[in-house]
Design a protein around this ligand. Sequence first.
Ligand code: SF4
Length: 200
Amino acid sequence: MSALTEFYGEIAACQRCILSQARKNTVPGEGPEDAEIMFIGEGPGFHEDQQGRPFVGSAGHFLEELLEDIGLRREEVYICNVIKCRPPGNRDPLPEEIEACKPYLDRQIELISPRMIVTLGRFSTEQYFPGAKISHIHGQPRKVGGIIYYPMYHPAAALHQPKWRQVVREDMSKIPQVLAEADRIAEMELPQDAEQLSLF
Ligand code: SF4
């Protein structure tokens, strides 16, 4: 059994927060263990909960379209969410739910060890760019600990707000170049006593 499969089993049994009570399936994430790029969204919706897979609804189709535009198939990237269980009625995840699920996300990053983490939407962006407005920082890479963090709007938001659709396309189109120039992006220094990874 691979480390990732074993890890998914651990998540499937999780009852750390109240979201365990109404879920049909946990949605740990999917993609190759050696993926270069990891996309982190918000949380599972109805279809994701039904199927146990991330990004399978309309936002997922849009994400696949965006990946195709840069010559990638979804099978080549790793896709997951900040929380692994669906909030009732697709409400926003609560801070305590994100906190309870955070060790899984951290472990996932350790296992995949991606070159680039693309945060999709404000909840995943907030994990690495606390307090920053996504409207100010989207499409701007930061490098910490050898990993490039790249914030983008969530594809679902872009589907609901046509004005963001082009912005999302443009940010996605820059990813190959950001990766190609990764070695030239300056590493950010973090204070020794930083309690959490903040890229600001
Ligand atoms: S959302 Fe995360 S912490 Fe909460 S029950 Fe699901 S897997 Fe566990």
